[in-house]
Design a protein around this ligand. Structure first.
Ligand code: APR
Length: 320
């Protein structure tokens, strides 16, 4: 049986890391696409040359021609520009919306059966636009944000509690922006919810609040340190987890920016929610119940995403 084909649209910092991880994990053959000439070809060759030492079986190809993504099983989209210090993800909207149009058309023409994972920011609006431009089924187009935001939350919690990151589960809902909603009540250490751990004296409410804020600012913290771009190792790893769930029909329960129509009181929009990812793409949106405070935070985040989608419609009339 032929190996799956993974097309990476954008061969920058995240794209290159995605290619490396996909090869090492032998998820399939990799095609790196970018408009910059030489970048995808150079990265593909460099990673392929790591194959003999690493011992993976996968081919890697770099290209500037969409025809080379033909028949891809998975497309992961990072094309666009990242933010610089002082910028919010929302500042990228105008530039990256145009990029989503060309990427959406390229995928529709050459890889219409792919499972598409968008990483380009501002995430929730870009994944919506990419779906509109590509016309693919909603369950086959989603965005990577929740896995990353939850991973950041889990990392900070594991440091606070001095326990393995593997035993910390965390839950982050809403848009991938300043209004994201880390949900303490649904986050656990070995199954014990965070509010219980506060009561048990493992941490204080103040410290927990600070960790939640650090999670919200997690992307900006890295941008501030790097100064020349944004995070790429953890974003790439998070998207690979989602791609693997699809390719291996793992039915993983993962938070992602998914199309929600009916669940959580939403009518037809993309936002970060808990989902099940398997061979059908986003097979289910988990309709969790929120308390009044959580609902208020979620509503605020939903409104922020709606504002960005409206801004997209204002820029590109074909989306209105
Ligand atoms: N088609 C294909 N590739 C494009 C296009 C386009 N229309 N426009 C830009 N690119 C390519 C650039 O040439 C560059 O190689 O997208 C790549 C982006 O790579 P980086 O600048 O290194 O950005 P990266 O850190 O990978 O982040 C990409 O993901 O997390 C988000 O906010 C981040 O929106 C940004 C995206």
């Amino acid at each position: 049986m032929a190996r799956p084909k993974i097309a990476l649209i954008g061969a920058g910092q995240i794209g290159g890391t995605l290619a490396h991880l996909a090869a090492i994990k032998e998820l399939g053959d990799v095609v790196l696409f970018d408009i910059a000439e030489g970048t995808p070809q150079g990265k593909a060759l460099d990673i392929a040359e790591s194959g003999p030492a690493e011992g993976f079986d996968a081919t890697l190809k770099g290209t500037n021609d969409y025809a080379d993504i033909a028949g891809a099983d998975v497309c992961i989209v990072t094309a666009g520009v990242p933010r610089k210090p002082g910028m919010s993800r929302d500042d990228l909207l105008g530039i990256n919306l145009k990029v989503m149009k060309s990427v959406g058309e390229g995928i529709a023409k050459h890889a219409p059966n792919a499972f598409v994972i968008c990483i380009t920011n501002p995430l929730d609006a870009m994944v919506w636009a990419l779906r509109e431009f590509s016309g693919l089924p909603h369950e086959k187009v989603c965005g990577m944000a929740g896995v990353l935001d939850s991973a950041r939350f889990r990392h900070f919690l594991s440091l606070e509690f001095d326990v393995s990151m593997r035993d910390v589960t965390a839950f982050v809902l809403g848009g991938h922006g300043d209004t994201m909603v880390p949900l303490a009540r649904y986050s656990t250490v070995g199954g014990i919810p965070l509010p219980d751990l506060v009561q048990m004296g493992w941490t204080t409410q103040e410290k927990l609040d600070a960790i939640i804020q650090r999670t919200r600012d997690g992307g900006a913290e890295i941008v501030g340190l790097l100064k020349t771009g944004s995070a790429f190792y953890a974003p790439a790893t998070s998207a690979i987890e989602m791609a693997e769930a699809y390719l291996k029909d793992q039915k993983r329960v993962l938070p992602c920016a998914a199309y929600v129509d009916g669940a959580l009181g939403l009518n037809g929009m993309y936002v970060g929610v808990p989902t099940v990812i398997g061979a059908g793409g986003v097979e289910r949106v988990i309709d969790i119940k929120m308390n009044r405070d959580e609902q208020a935070m979620f509503d605020k985040s939903v409104d922020a995403v709606k504002g960005l989608v409206d801004a997209c419609k204002g820029i590109d009339q074909s989306l209105a």
